[in-house]
Design a protein around this ligand. Structure first.
Ligand code: GDG
Length: 467
């Protein structure tokens, strides 16, 4: 069995439950192969740009965690500037929020080169590498330039936009070529995969070899959709844990006469939070039966506060919540309970289970795991209803949710009203179907199916010289 090497921007200790399903699942496969997890330590140092920092090794069970610090200058350009100021907005179709400062792309390339240089000496000839997410698109190309021959897979956790949106990024062809240096490239949804194949066809004259294989830049590349899942079993156990049960009971007591709606998101403009608040306001305005009888709990956990677009969304959301409560609230009832704080993971399932409706209405989302967590934590006898944006990757799989267009305020409000009124038989039917889907395609299935296919790809051919 080959050793697995996972590379991601951040490295998590898979033994800590706060790490979440992905870290636990990756930890499991890493553990089985005595694998290595390489990435940034999360620490910054004040040194000149591009200066390589030593790699520190820690052991977590059979897994070796290898981390390096970054200089503050590199972090600002690579992480804040390019990853979250260019790739995140453009990949979520928000060209208006992108800041194409030329210094950012240099920093992005510099850090990917640093990762490649520091990782290479740790590799063994028969290792299999799996690179995660948008921070590290050019990593395989950088590794290949240094002579790396191992198989390398890549998974993009966020959406890939259609060719003409991607083309707005200065030097985007370099990113496309970078993706083609992998042996297997995985996306969250069929739509993202199609955007990729449209791009390599139109921009690199890729030739379709069938079964997801492509001839491009003089080598063979495999591409596929691997919708990520959650660890349903782990989430069930969490739902039955003391803290979740306590949360559930307290919420049920407090809301015994009212229906609870829940939203749990990182505070991010891709999550459609202002649009959701407007739909909720419309619900209260148009359906008076919901006044004094429905409460929305919205958790917006702090995220990327060093990127300016995030402060704007915070203010917009605060003002909307304030005005809804001001206009519709009564002495004994507030329509919105909004928290700009993180809730402990152990309590979240209790909150989900106590809610009649979940609002998962991103404007664009790679997958959205909250939708799946909500389904996993429901009481099968009396399950809640998922109102899901058609623009979340999860909508390709969860067809039994109430699918909405979050830009359409009235239609979203109407769907929320339907969700609040839905009879228990229909709720059960929809829930059973969605639960079967998330069980079948859980995070272990995601890991196994990706790695299985990566293991079957032809050994690396050098093809075009990469840089
Ligand atoms: C990216 C893609 C894709 C949120 N607030 C709290 C909290 N959370 C947890 C949720 C869930 C996770 O964070 C969020 O996952 P999402 O999938 O919704 O979104 P992103 O963070 O944007 O992740 C996304 C994902 O990668 C995986 O591939 O699905 O499309 O954008 O697990 O529960 N957890 C705790 N407190 C909070 O307040 N403990």
């Amino acid at each position: 069995m080959s050793r697995l090497v996972v590379v991601s921007n951040r490295v998590a200790d898979p033994r800590k439950t706060a790490a979440g399903g992905l870290a636990v699942a990756l930890g499991e496969v890493l553990n089985n192969s005595g694998g290595l997890w390489f990435g940034w330590s999360g620490k910054l140092v004040d040194r000149p740009a591009g200066s390589p920092q030593p790699v520190r090794m820690h052991h977590a069970g059979q897994v070796t965690l290898a981390t390096m610090d970054l200089t503050r200058v590199d972090y600002d350009a690579f992480y804040v500037g390019y990853s979250n100021g260019v790739l995140w907005p453009v990949f979520h179709y928000r060209l208006d929020l992108a800041d194409f400062d030329a210094g950012y792309i240099e920093g992005y390339r510099r850090v990917n080169q640093l990762f490649a240089r520091q990782l290479l000496p740790l590799l063994r000839p028969d290792d299999i590498l799996w690179v995660q997410d948008y921070h590290l698109i050019p990593l395989a190309a950088e590794l290949r330039a240094l002579g790396c021959q191992q198989r390398i897979g890549y998974f993009l956790h966020i959406p890939l936009p259609p060719p003409l949106i991607l083309a707005a990024i200065p030097g985007h062809d370099w990113l496309v070529k970078g993706l083609c240096a992998y042996d297997l490239v995985g996306f969250q949804s069929g739509a993202d995969l199609e955007h990729f194949t449209d791009t390599i066809r139109s921009e690199a004259h890729a030739q379709d070899l069938g079964e997801g294989r492509w001839r491009v830049f003089n080598r063979t590349l495999q591409a596929g959709a691997f919708p990520i899942g959650i660890d349903v079993q782990e989430f069930n156990a969490l739902t039955q844990g003391i803290e979740a049960v306590d949360m559930y009971e307290r919420m049920r007591r407090e809301y015994s006469r009212r229906k609870l709606l829940v939203g749990v998101d990182r505070l991010d403009y891709s999550k459609g939070l202002p649009q959701r608040m407007r739909a909720f306001r419309e619900l209260l305005a148009k359906y008076p039966d919901t006044r004094n009888s429905a409460t929305l709990i919205q958790i917006a956990s702090p995220s990327r506060e060093d990127v300016s677009a995030y402060t704007d969304i915070l203010h917009e959301l605060e003002s909307l919540c304030g005005s809804i409560n001001g206009n519709y609230g009564e002495l004994e009832w507030m329509p919105v309970r909004y928290m700009h704080r993180t809730v402990a993971r152990s309590r979240l399932p209790g909150l989900y289970r106590a809610s009649r409706v979940a609002l998962v209405t991103p404007l664009r989302d790679g997958m959205n795991l909250v939708a799946k967590e909500f389904i996993a934590s429901q009481d099968p006898e009396d399950p809640g209803v998922l109102v899901l944006s058609r623009f979340a990757g999860a909508a390709e799989q969860l067809k039994e949710a109430l699918l909405v267009n979050p830009y359409d305020t009235e239609a979203t409000a109407a769907a929320i009203h339907v969700a609040l009124q839905m009879p228990v038989e229909e709720r059960r039917e929809r829930h059973v179907a969605m639960l079967a889907t998330i069980r079948r395609t859980d995070v272990h299935w995601w890991c196994d199916s990706f790695l299985h296919l990566l293991g079957q790809t032809e050994a690396h051919e050098s093809g075009t010289p990469w840089l």
